[in-house]
Design a protein. Structure first.
Lengths: 410, 410
């Protein structure tokens, strides 16, 4: 195993097993099993909204059920959709209840949820266009406050603002958010959105998220931190429709952001299993095709690249999460970006990632005999654990911070 | 004339001419003549250092004299060299006296001086390489304090820090400043350098200067302002060895910086009169050629582009200066970037810029008759003026702020 993965993702633990009377359970057989990762292995999970709201029927619902099971088998985190244009197409009629159903389903299935995004110029509400900038700001902040409050406890992690680097100079079409950002400036805009989010959910984890990996983005992060904005996590997109970055570029990108010593999430990771998008395309949205088939060679390539990308990121001390985008083929751009084909079968990339996430990087159930002090020692991956002994169970967390000694009462 | 030039560079003035006894000089003939521009028409003037220090001899000195005269005929501002590697090749032995001679010559000839640059990773002192980052910081700040103090009154405008966008990720070769910037971060580094400069010359005009015109630079400016750094002027390089930007791109660049409402200087403007540098060159310094001749077609093109570039910038309300880079052929990269050929003759671009700066955009000597209140009214370009009457002279400044009424005692 990669020594950096060993160093950054595992820890040595001493577990003391105590009986109900607080005396050690000495010389006894116990089984320890990991039940979750601390690291966030996530996916865009927009499909959960129709799935949990009875939108699908018959065979479609069955297929969605199968996709949901595949999701749960591999992932422990889900990104849910808050694109304003779709979330509230008519002002005052947000689809809060539907997304709450999806979020509740995630919680019930032990998935960490993230909302994406609260503020973005693309897919923002059309009805902002008739407003003054002061009114747009008011509406945007009201939208954030409403949604963050409505989802508190269901979603406690947010992509607060998406793609702020291009936001004020975005020139594809007029929209309220670009207008506002042009007037306010990026940093003031980010500050206002973070403040609004923080006000309604002070303990939520707040991300700045961008596809820009040029110095512009790391300078923006620096400027935000100088301005006192509390960024919890730096979000980096990596839509690789035009080809895998490779390890060197990935490490170089991480190097530029490492000096802030902030956690990094790879928030939108795409590797496709069909032909690559031509390199001359600048805005990925400009590539519109009727058919973009997955191919056997493409699926092999995708699997190899996915392993390499996940290994690189899982080994890096600052990365705390990777989100795959999308779970199934035929989502954004109709790209063969899924880990699951349109026919519902898993691709090799799914199997290979699963082999790591629930195999090589996972502490499988292991039997120990406690010593005379009721202790066992082991080295495990960071995350949640269950200890079983004579049919009784206790649970504990393995973290870098306090994993050397854990007491469990059985 | 371009209506924006009329609006932004001229003003209507009422001049009251008073006699020694403070009564109006009524119904009398006076002549008004502009003697200087408020707008900075500058040039890189490194040649003035050897010229004013007796480095040249015989014919070489004569040629330098002719170049200096051409400089004075066209320009009112000069950028003097402070590249650390050359200014202080051996630690503790700076060439202060030589550059002071050049600066004094500029002052004597009514040129506004600027020092370039106080902090830059390229051409920084080699002897920093053996130091720790703490020592490099100390040496860099000491260098700034010494030079800013030594030149106070001679140079009151500084490119404090050059190319901070690329500074921490510059990877061509190891150097002390990149190391330091990587550790401190760009904004903290800029703050330290601005603070040191400001401490020794609080009224100096301080520039941030960069060749980067991507969002990275305008985000950096935003971050610096958020961090409380007092940037007086935004410096934008425009080395167009690979071709003239054109009006549209120039205005687009200005548009990105306009929201700060800060003055802008085009600090390093290059338009060449030979073949263009190939577009695939990323770092201009990588283009090394033995010969790069000026050509008749190239000189025509250069002249046309220079007029257009100067007109665009002179018309823009936030631009307050343009510096040509270099004055003569054979400077940086051995490029035919000069307004003067190697043989000392002016190129068409020189003549065309001169026709604007001292012609179309210049208030030539004009005769007026004062009215019964001793007043004359005229519309003139912003800058310095001389009023002559019966062999006596008075001077005044024409500014946007208080140009409506000026009193002159003759």
């Amino acid at each position: 195993m990669n020594s950096e993965i060993r160093k950054n993702r595992m820890t040595d633990a001493t577990v003391t097993v105590l009986k109900a009377d607080n005396t050690p359970l000495a010389n006894h057989e116990v089984v320890i099993a990991q039940t979750n990762h601390k690291f966030l292995f996530g996916t865009a999970a927009f499909d959960l909204v129709p799935f949990t709201n009875g939108t699908y029927e018959g065979e479609k619902q069955e297929q969605a059920q199968q996709r949901a099971e595949k999701l749960l088998a591999l992932f422990n985190a889900a990104t849910l959709p808050f694109y304003w244009a779709r979330f509230e197409p008519q002002r005052g009629k947000p689809m809060t209840a539907q997304v709450q159903n999806a979020a509740q389903w995630c919680i019930d299935h032990r998935l960490i949820t993230k909302g994406h995004p609260l503020c973005w110029h693309t897919l923002t509400a059309d009805w902002l266009l008739s407003m003054s900038n002061a009114e747009i700001l008011q509406a945007q902040i009201a939208r954030i406050k409403r949604d963050v409050l409505d989802f508190r406890g269901l979603i406690d992690m947010w992509d607060v603002i998406n793609e702020a680097v291009i936001m004020p100079i975005f020139d594809k079409y007029d929209n309220g958010i670009t207008r506002l950002c042009k007037e306010m400036g990026r940093i003031n805009m980010i500050k206002a959105m973070f403040d609004a989010t923080h006000a309604e959910n002070p303990s939520a984890i707040l991300l700045l998220n961008d596809f820009d990996i040029s110095p512009a983005y790391d300078i923006l992060v620096e400027g935000c931190l100088e301005a006192g904005i509390k960024i919890d996590v730096i979000g980096i997109q990596s839509h690789m429709h035009q080809g895998y970055w490779g390890v060197e570029k990935t490490l170089e990108v991480l190097d530029h952001f490492s000096r802030f010593n902030l956690p990094v999430h790879f928030t939108e990771t795409t590797l496709i299993s069909g032909h690559l998008m031509p390199p001359e395309i600048v805005d990925l949205n400009d590539y519109q095709v009727q058919e973009w088939p997955t191919t056997p060679e493409g699926e092999e390539r995708q699997a190899q690249e996915a392993i390499q990308h996940y290994q690189t990121l899982f080994a890096h001390p600052l990365v705390e999460g990777i989100t795959w985008w999308d779970m199934s083929d035929g989502g954004w751009l109709n790209a063969p970006a899924g880990l699951i084909r349109k026919d519902g079968f898993s691709k090799p990339a799914y199997d290979e990632i699963l082999k790591r996430v629930k195999g090589e990087w996972w502490t499988s159930p292991t039997q120990f005999i406690t010593d005379s002090n009721g202790q066992i020692q082991f080295t495990g991956f960071l995350g949640e654990y269950e200890l079983t002994c004579d049919g009784k169970q206790g649970s504990f967390s393995l973290t870098k911070e306090d994993a050397t000694t854990i007491e469990i009462h059985i």
